[in-house]
Write a protein that binds this ligand. Structure first.
Ligand code: SF4
Length: 114
């Protein structure tokens, strides 16, 4: 999951973790690291690499905006869609044009590293 510099700093303050222990740079975009064992986000409390396994976000109150929007993502046409990889996507309403605009604004901030 991508996150802004400000979101990374806030997570670092809240968790006491160094940025390097939960982020990496993916083509110039700051991104949350995955745990080696669970293959899920380092902040997901889960014991299993199964994508359907139970898990709880340990930083839910301060999770990045991309996490708040998920499973809404942008497709290659910049339309907001529900991510095929989300096993619960059928529980969400169809994304709107407003969702696409929010995600495009987030993308711009990510690219500017704000
Ligand atoms: S919601 Fe929490 S566990 Fe899920 S990707 Fe975001 S920070 Fe990680």
């Amino acid at each position: 999951m991508p996150l802004t510099e400000a979101e990374a700093k806030r997570l670092s303050r809240r968790t006491g973790m160094a940025l390097e222990s939960f982020t990496w740079e993916n083509n110039g975009i700051l991104t949350l690291l995955n745990d080696e064992k669970t293959r899920a986000c380092v902040f997901l409390l889960t014991a299993s690499p199964d994508t359907n396994a139970e898990g709880i976000c340990s930083v839910y109150e301060v999770r990045p905006e991309g996490c708040r929007k998920y499973p809404i993502v942008l497709n290659s046409n910049d339309d907001a869609i529900l991510d095929d990889g989300c096993p619960h996507r059928q529980d969400f309403p169809e994304p709107s044009e407003a969702d696409a605009i929010e995600l495009l604004n987030l993308e711009e901030r990510l690219l500017r590293r704000q």
